[in-house]
Ligand binder design. Structure first.
Ligand SMILES: [Zn+2]
Length: 316
């Protein structure tokens, strides 16, 4: 049967009806904001509207932050404080008639790639998403790794450089502080100041440089922009080398907005993994772009929805 995946972000809610084969039959988007009651109503409205006319067996919410999936509870969510501690199962059952489940958004996206995307033919996948921050998820032996408190798989906060830039989490030199979109922008501005005659440097004099500018200028061959992406790729490779040694994945899928830079980042990443990770794990692993794009959250959440008996609606 079909299931509903709901990607609950800080600014929008996307809900989709998904088939067991991973096809999205219907999708709705609503703004996500406001106090608890309004946010819960918006989520319920998304579920009720998207399922209209479809047979659906269950729904799962993908929420950013620290999620206790076993209790369907949001423990801590920086952008959605208003639903922390709420009994979502009961609140959603009352509003939609569904027994919903709740999962961390990066874990759900990883599960989406595992079921329907870059990891569909494998049992061992590491998923890394490079956006404003760096998120991730680990699937090993076909099981999503959550850890004792649902706080596992925070791949973006592995320390890569002891004295590196400060991270949003308070630590220094996290992967997120060196390879996220935010980190690339910061580094691009530094390089622009060092090389004012490069295309990157000239742009920085006109206006504030954004992540997409760096990718565009690198594609046009600007050495300064290329060096920024290569450096981010190198940091990413140092992080992935660690994950390859720890998890021995068949695939590392790299998604998120920054991954649009593709090989301009991943070339350096692969080189670094090959230098640092151990054989045979480094020889097996394929480091490749994620394939589902921003839909991975909705698809993965749908595949994590359970029916009344607690079974996955879309199977495993
Ligand atoms: Zn951090």
């Amino acid at each position: 049967m079909n299931a509903i995946g709901v990607d609950v972000g800080g600014t929008k809610i996307a809900a989709g009806v998904v088939t067991p084969e991973g096809k999205v039959l219907n999708e709705v988007r609503y703004p996500s904001s406001g106090p608890t009651e309004r946010l819960l109503s918006s989520i319920a409205r998304a579920i009720n509207d998207v399922k209209d006319g479809y047979e659906v067996g269950g729904a799962c919410l993908a929420v950013p932050g620290n999620i206790l999936a076993t209790e369907n509870r949001v423990i801590f969510s920086p952008n959605l404080h208003t639903i922390e501690g709420v009994d979502l199962e009961q609140e959603m059952r009352r509003r939609t008639g569904f027994d919903i489940t709740v999962e961390n958004d990066a874990n759900a996206a990883a599960w989406g790639e595992f079921r329907f995307g870059a990891g569909a033919r494998y049992d061992h996948l590491v998923f890394v998403t490079l956006g404003t921050g760096v998120g991730g998820g680990v699937i090993t032996h076909g099981v999503l790794m959550r850890g004792a408190q649902g706080a596992g798989g925070e791949l973006g906060h592995m320390t890569i450089q002891a004295t590196g830039p400060r991270c949003g989490c308070g630590n220094r030199g996290c992967l997120e502080a060196l390879a996220s979109g935010t980190a690339i922008q910061r580094r691009a501005r530094e390089v622009a100041a060092e090389e004012p005659n490069s295309a990157l440097g000239r742009l920085a004099i006109e206006r504030r440089v954004l992540g997409e500018d760096v990718t565009r200028l690198a594609e046009e061959g600007d050495e300064a922009a290329l060096s920024v992406l290569e450096e981010a790729g190198l940091w990413l490779g140092i992080g992935l080398a660690g994950f390859v040694n720890i998890f021995n994945p068949e695939v590392v899928a790299v998604g998120g907005g920054v991954s649009r830079a593709g090989e301009l980042i991943l070339d350096a990443t692969r080189r670094e993994v090959h230098l640092r990770a151990r054989s045979p794990a480094r020889d097996l692993v394929k480091i490749q772009p994620a394939t589902l794009g921003p839909e991975s959250g909705v698809l993965g959440a749908a595949a994590l929805a359970r029916d009344e008996s607690g079974e996955y609606v879309l199977g495993t």
